[in-house]
Design a protein around this ligand. Structure first.
Ligand SMILES: [Zn+2]
Length: 117
């Protein structure tokens, strides 16, 4: 009884803030122990203000759940998997844009590019 009484006299605001920190700041799901998202949760090292600036829907959340983290990782790996532009891509784009044969028109540049790519 005594412990319960003590609990209830704690300021509610502080309690709520503590609760809200153990959520995913992307989707708001609880990442507390036993929530099913505890194991793969990833800490977000930004402060709430930064998260707010980043447009996070739940800036109080100090965590990102595995689902949202996977989505982020997926986006990143997709970007990095994008092949870098090759000289033949450039020639093709150039031809489409300007109707010129890049290789013939810009022979000097072409040689330099093929050396740097
Ligand atoms: Zn999430």
């Amino acid at each position: 009884m005594k412990a319960k009484f003590y609990e209830s006299t704690k300021p509610n605001k502080a309690n709520n803030m503590k609760e809200e920190k153990e959520i995913c700041n992307e989707c708001g799901v609880s990442v507390k122990f036993g929530s099913g998202h505890f194991v793969n949760r990833v800490p977000d090292l930004n402060d709430p203000e930064t998260r707010l600036e980043m447009g996070k829907p739940f800036p109080n959340g100090e965590w990102i759940c595995s689902k949202c983290d996977n989505e982020n990782t997926f986006q990143l790996s997709e970007e990095s998997a994008e092949p870098s532009i090759t000289i033949s891509d450039l020639c093709k784009i150039w031809n489409e844009l300007y109707g010129e044969n890049f290789k013939n028109e810009y022979r000097g540049v072409y040689k330099r590019i093929t050396k740097t790519i």
